[in-house]
Structure formats: structure tokens, C-alpha cells
Design a protein around this ligand. Structure first.
Ligand code: ADP
Ligand code: ADP
Length: 231
């Protein structure tokens, strides 16, 4: 089953008089449960592509199907709804809510976006804290955590709503190398356990080797390369 299908996908920005093409006629598919990386230098279009996949921004032309839904036709509120149901996000600066504890941060999408009953929220938050190895920090606030711990919370939060697609924009950029590898391993473990598709961007060549497949961005062009090194 394919979770992502891009067909002649184009994104261009109007900058003054200039038209900047960030993504040029991209055609690719990503299977449900894949563990893939978007790779390319700064300015190559990684964020543009992730933003479209996250329904935060619309294609200029072409189609982008996620879970068989053509997201390029969704209006703003439909996009927000779709995002809440299908997509989880992990950011390089973690984006945790500073006034909420670890468990409240993870619970947030279940409460505010999906309005799940209390018992279900508690059960899911507890099992996710266990899964990412953060249970002992449940009552702590983000500023009391290490970088690796913060990213564990962000991973649990991204998985809380049972999203089928998790998008991670440079998730290891602010972590030391050893912690970065542990976080990538954890994401892969979560993929194995929950059959969630993970797409992460990076420009770290050691980190990208953990992906099964690389989508290489070069001047707005997207090409796929199977990763022989992936474990
Ligand atoms: P990356 O994430 O790989 O660094 P981006 O997707 O941010 O690349 O950028 C791709 C290209 O699109 C760059 O040339 C960038 O300047 C341009 N771009 C990105 N966002 C905007 C925007 N909102 N307005 C105008 N140009 C943009
Ligand atoms: P940091 O190195 O920034 O402190 P880590 O993310 O490496 O943060 O580790 C955070 C906590 O998770 C630590 O207590 C560590 O012992 C624990 N931990 C590290 N790796 C794993 C793992 N694979 N499974 C479960 N717990 C882990």
C-alpha cells in the first residue's frame, strides 16, 4: 500500500518579480511503513516538500495523494482536519509546550485535536512513554530534560494520535552524534512496532544511512535511491 503518491508535483514561490521553483515536476511514491530520508543541501527543497506532505502548504500544480486522499484539493479547514487525523510532526527544535509536563505534552493532540476520553488518553500516553523510554520523566517540564529526552517526548507526541505518517524535519540537528543515532533507532523501532511511515530530512551522511531509501533533492529535482547500507 502506498501512503504517498506525488504526480507531477510542482511548488514555486513568487519572490518579487521572480518565480522560484522549489520543487520541479516530482514523481515518486512511498509505501506504508517505509523509513525514508529526504536528503540535500540547504535550499534544495526539503522543507518545501515536507510542508506539502504535512498539508501546511499546497502544491502549485500536480497532485499529492496521502492515504489515497488528494491533499492538493483540500481547503484550509479540511487540511487542518486531515493533518490532525493522519500526520504527526517532529521538529529539530522539539517544539514542546514549555508550560506542560512530559505526559501533558504527549496527551495534547489526543485531547485538543482528537478529543479522546480520559481513560483512553491515559492508557495511550503511558504506553507511549514506556515505548520511548521517558516514563521516569513524566512529571517533568521540557526545560528539565536533555535534548535526547525532549526528542523522545516529541516522538511520542507525534505517535499519540495514531498518525500513519510521521514527518521529521532535521530531527537530530540539535543532538550530539550518539544521541542522534539513538533517536533514529528509536524512530525505526516505533516504525516496526506501530507500522507508522517515517520521513525525516537530514544533511548528515551518517544519519541518512539509517534510512531504507533516500529521496535526493537537487535544485528542486527529486530522485530515489535505495540505501544498501540500511540495517
Ligand atoms: P531546504 O529545506 O532543503 O533548505 P527549502 O524548501 O527551504 O529548502 O527551500 C527551497 C527553495 O525555495 C529555496 O530556493 C528557498 O529560497 C525557496 N523558498 C522556500 N520557502 C520560500 C518562501 N516561503 N518564499 C519564497 N521562497 C521560498
Ligand atoms: P541524552 O543522551 O540526551 O541524555 P537519550 O535520548 O540518549 O538522552 O537518553 C534518554 C534516556 O533514555 C536515558 O535515561 C537513557 O538511559 C534512556 N535510553 C537511551 N537509549 C534507550 C533505548 N534504546 N531504549 C530505552 N531507553 C533508552
Amino acid at each position: 500500500m502506498q501512503i504517498v503518491q506525488a504526480e507531477n508535483l510542482v511548488k514555486s514561490y513568487q519572490v518579487g518579480e521572480q518565480q522560484v521553483t522549489a520543487i520541479e515536476q516530482a514523481n515518486f511514491t512511498i509505501n506504508q511503513g517505509a523509513f525514508v530520508s529526504f536528503v540535500g543541501p540547504s535550499g534544495s527543497g526539503k522543507s518545501t516538500l515536507l510542508n506539502m506532505l504535512g498539508c501546511l502548504d499546497q502544491p502549485s500544480s500536480g497532485r499529492l495523494l496521502i492515504n489515497q486522499t488528494d491533499t492538493s484539493t483540500l481547503n484550509r479547514s479540511q487540511a487542518a482536519q486531515f493533518r490532525g487525523e493522519h500526520i504527526g510532526f517532529i521538529f529539530q527544535d522539539f517544539n514542546l509546550i514549555p508550560v506542560l509536563t512530559v505526559e501533558e505534552n504527549i496527551e495534547y493532540p489526543l485531547l485538543m485535536v482528537q478529543n479522546r476520553p480520559l481513560a483512553e488518553r491515559r492508557a495511550r500516553v503511558n504506553s507511549l512513554m514506556e515505548a520511548v523510554g521517558i516514563s521516569e520523566q513524566a512529571k517533568k517540564f521540557p526545560n528539565q530534560l536533555s535534548g535526547g529526552q525532549k526528542q523522545r517526548v516529541a516522538i511520542a507526541r507525534a505517535l499519540a494520535s495514531q498518525a500513519k505518517l510521521v514527518l521529521a524535519d532535521e530531527p537530530t540537528a540539535n543532538l550530539d552524534h550518539a544521541t542522534a543515532f539513538r533517536i533514529i533507532d528509536l524512530m525505526k523501532q516505533m516504525r516496526d512496532d506501530y507500522a507508522t511511515t517515517f520521513i525525516f530530512s537530514t544533511h548528515d551522511s551518517k544519519i541518512m544511512n539509517a534510512a531504507e531509501s533516500l529521496f535526493i533533492l537537487e535544485d528542486g529535482k527529486v530522485s530515489e535511491q535505495k540505501n544498501g547500507d540500511a540495517k
